[in-house]
Design a protein around this ligand. Structure first.
Ligand SMILES: Nc1ncnc2c1ncn2[C@@H]1O[C@H](COP(=O)(O)OP(=O)(O)OP(=O)(O)O)[C@@H](O)[C@H]1O
Length: 346
C-alpha cells in the first residue's frame, strides 16, 4: 500500500499535510503521534470513509483514492478495527465474525468464521454473546472479525486503549502473533511510544498533520532527524550549545562538531545513556537536590553548575551517589541538531 503526498483540510484546519508512506506486504507499521496530529484522519482516508483533498492512495498498486478516483470502502480490501471493537451485542460471537464474511454462503461463512475464531483461541466462545466476554476476549473477537475476509490491509485505531494495563500487554502480544500468523499487513495507530516500539516493524512519527520521520524503532531512537522526533521515543534532556570551529560548547562540556552541523546555535538532545555521572572532579560539579527511589532505578534531580534549570537523571538503584557528583557527556551518544531544528519545532 502507498500513501503519496496526501492532504486533508477541514475548513481552515489542516488535518494532514502532504503525507507519504508505504506499507510492505506482511508489515506492521505503527503511526505514532499526539492527540490531534491526524492519525485517525489518515486511517479514514485509507479505509475510504473520507476523501483526500490532494495526493493519491494505492492498494496493491491500484489507485483507490485521489486524482478524481474513489473506490468505495467495501471494494478496497481494507479491514478496520476501532478501540471500542464495535461488536454487535445482539449477535453471537460466531455471527459477529461471520458478519465480515457476508459474501460467502451460509455453510462456508460458518466454517471460515469458526476457523478464524480458532486462530485467536476463542473457538469455544462461538455461541456466547459479546456482553459475556472479558475486554481481552472482545478484542480478539474484533480481530477475528476484521481479519476474517483476509483484508489486504488491516487498520487498527488505538486497539488496546480500552484494556487495563495488565491485560493490555498480553492482548497486544497475542494480537501481533495472530497478525504475523495471518501474514497480515497492518497499520496501527497509537499515541503510546512503548506500544509502537513493541508491535511495529517500522514507526511513522506524525506531528501536526505532517510526517516527521518513518523508520525502525532503532533508527528513530539512534538517529532522529529532529528534536521532535528525538522526543517521540522516550524522555530526553535538551540543552543549548554553540558550534564554533571543530567543537560545540555546552553547559555540560564540549563535544566534537559533526560535519553536517554549521557554526552557530545548536540544540543538543540527551538520552539517559548520553549523560555520565561520576565522582566529583570528573566533569561538571553538580549538587543532588533530590533523590527518588523508583524500584530498579534511582532518580536524581541535579543542580548543574552553568545550567539554568535542574537536570533529571536515572541511575541503577544500587548506586550510592554522594551529595556532589560530576556530570559529563558521552559524545557518541549525544544528538546534535542545527539551527533549522528550531523551525521544525515551531
Ligand atoms: N470531521 C472533521 N471536521 C473538522 N475537523 C476535523 C474532523 N476530523 C478531524 N478534524 C481535525 O483534524 C485534526 C486531526 O484529527 P484526527 O482525529 O485525525 O487526530 P488524531 O491524531 O487521530 O487524534 P486522537 O489521537 O485524539 O484521536 C484535529 O485538529 C481535528 O480536530
Amino acid at each position: 500500500m502507498a500513501v503519496e503526498a496526501v492532504s486533508r483540510r477541514y475548513g481552515r484546519a489542516v488535518a494532514l499535510n502532504g503525507i507519504s508512506l508505504t506499507l510492505d506486504a506482511g508489515e506492521i507499521l505503527a503511526v505514532l503521534g499526539d492527540s490531534g496530529c491526524g492519525k485517525s484522519t489518515l486511517l479514514r482516508l485509507i479505509a475510504g470513509l473520507d476523501e483526500p483533498d490532494a495526493g493519491e492512495i494505492r492498494i496493491d498498486g491500484h489507485p483507490v483514492a485521489g486524482r478524481g478516483r474513489s473506490v468505495p470502502p467495501e471494494a478496497r480490501g481494507v479491514g478496520l478495527m476501532f478501540q471500542d471493537y464495535a461488536l454487535f451485542p445482539h449477535l453471537t460471537v460466531l455471527a459477529n465474525v461471520r458478519f465480515g464474511l457476508r459474501r460467502l454462503d451460509r455453510a462456508e461463512g460458518r466454517r471460515v468464521a469458526l476457523e478464524r475464531l480458532a486462530e485467536v483461541g476463542l473457538a469455544d466462545k462461538a455461541e456466547c454473546y459479546p456482553g459475556t466476554l472479558s475486554g481481552g476476549e472482545a478484542q480478539r473477537v474484533a480481530l477475528a472479525r476484521a481479519l476474517a475476509p483476509r483484508p489486504r490491509v488491516l487498520l487498527l485505531d488505538e486497539p488496546f486503549s480500552n484494556l487495563d494495563a495488565g491485560t493490555r500487554d498480553r492482548v497486544r502480544a497475542d494480537t501481533v502473533l495472530v497478525l504475523r500468523q495471518a501474514g497480515a499487513s497492518a497499520i496501527l495507530v497509537t499515541h503510546d511510544a512503548a506500544e509502537a516500539v513493541e508491535v511495529a516493524d517500522r514507526i511513522a512519527l506524525m506531528r501536526r498533520g505532517r510526517l516527521l520521520q518513518c523508520g525502525t524503532a532503532e533508527t528513530l531512537y539512534r538517529s532522529p532527524e529532529s528534536p521532535a522526533a528525538a522526543r517521540a521515543l522516550g524522555a530526553i534532556v535538551e540543552i543549548s550549545g554553540h558550534a564554533v570551529g571543530g567543537g560545540i560548547e555546552t553547559p555540560l562540556g564540549s563535544l566534537p562538531r559533526p560535519s553536517r552541523i554549521g557554526e552557530g546555535a545548536v540544540r543538543v538532545c540527551l538520552r539517559p545513556e548520553a549523560i555520565r555521572i561520576g565522582p566529583v572532579g570528573e566533569g561538571r560539579p553538580s549538587r543532588v537536590l533530590r533523590r527518588t527511589f523508583a524500584g530498579s532505578n534511582l532518580r536524581l534531580e541535579l543542580a548543574v553548575e552553568g545550567l539554568d534549570r535542574s537536570l533529571l537523571v536515572t541511575l541503577p538503584a544500587d548506586a550510592e551517589p554522594t551529595d556532589i557528583v560530576g556530570i559529563s557527556l558521552v559524545a557518541d551518544r549525544t544528538l546534535v541538531f542545527g539551527d533549522r531544528a528550531r523551525a521544525d519545532d515551531a
